[in-house]
Ligand binder design. Sequence first.
Ligand code: FHN
Length: 464
Amino acid sequence: MNRGWIICGLALTGWLWAGCAWGQTTPSTQPELQRNETPEQHEARMTWWRQARFGMFIHWGVYSVPAGTYDGKKIAGIGEWIMNRGKIPVAEYAEYAKQFNPTKFDADQWVETAQEAGMKYMVITAKHHDGFAMFHTKVDGYNIYDATPFKRDPLAELAAACQKHGMKLGFYYSQCQDWHHPGGDVKGGVHWDKAQDGDFDEYLNSVAIPQVKELLTNYGPVSVLWFDTATGLMTPQRAGEFLPLLDLQPQIIVNNRLGGGFKGDTETPEQRIPPQGFPGRDWETCMTINDTWGYKSYDTNFKSTETLLHNLVDIASKGGNYLLNVGPTSEGIIPQPEVDRIKAIGDWLKINGESIYGSGPTAFGPEAGSLDPVKKDRRGRPVWVAAWDWRCTTKPGKLFIHLLKWPGEKFELSGMKGSVTKAYMLADAQQAELAVQQSGDHVSVTLPAAPPDKIDSVLVMEEK
Ligand code: FHN
């Protein structure tokens, strides 16, 4: 598809998108606009990502220096937004770069940590809304190589480490919001420093587009491009300026947050798990481990390993991926409570990974919960109340029943379409057969005396 057609298509469909591109999570209805590929090529491009199921999101930037505190005050909200929430003047915020010297950053160690967690890809903030590039851009000196004592390019180091360890690497890039460069957008449109005033097209042409080009040119294979916070300024024409860059990485997977009507490859619900997933679309829930993406020294509200693992299983049971965030410190260290939790998930995956990687969604549908008859969300829709007893993931001929709550002596299940030929616990290397009674679509499995895992014991039912 040539560029003229792409832009024309974007223009026709752009109005549908207006006003809803921010953190877009609604399945879009636009026709495929972005890639000149057959459905088979699309399937092939998405294969590794669908197999992966679990990835590491990394929000790391100069905001890890203030770490949530400005002018002696704790600034409310997510850490990477401190410049905006604290209304820190551009020049003053830029001074933090001089203190940013993450000498403990070790790309190999980060990749190894992700691998020990069972994560199959990493997506790191190359530039967040604060406009600070975490790579050695030639666009200007506002980057980790030129503006800090560190004088290294962590994205180059991470790219090399990912290559070495066989890890897929993706880049997050804030294409609209940029609170440093003149003309970059600010959510809500209100500047707090006149240094931010400028022309958005000038910003796109001199900063965002050249930097995305650098990212897709200088770092070897880039598996994911993760745009964020498309604002109303991202018209179809402007979005169309980014699209030819994707040809630099023909296999790249792009999310749905460029704006301008660009549908992308993946839906990206944030901090939530959509009750029924996104049938017909690839999707990925991104989520924080505590309450911030970028490091905040005093945010210790870490989710439990149990919650995180249940989320991973819940997401897999609905056919999605889990992109779980870590927020490294200004020294370059992933906080230990985050490492502990993700490694515990990795330990579980070492035993039970067959039920997650490359798995399909549940064969049963509504086991995940029900709509609350009374409670409504802020749009007036009934709230989904998840049931946390069990989940199901599938592979051809196999059902994986994730027992999130140990039911006791027997597991009872209705709605079984096939006949169960064998049942065993996935954690049991011997695959000792469990007694199964089936009558029509009802199955009863006699479980072992004790659950093999405290958080999620996986019962395998082979069926024909
Ligand atoms: O504003 C950002 C936020 O800082 C963070 O990067 C998240 C991650 O999905 N995205 C935006 C909010 O939707």
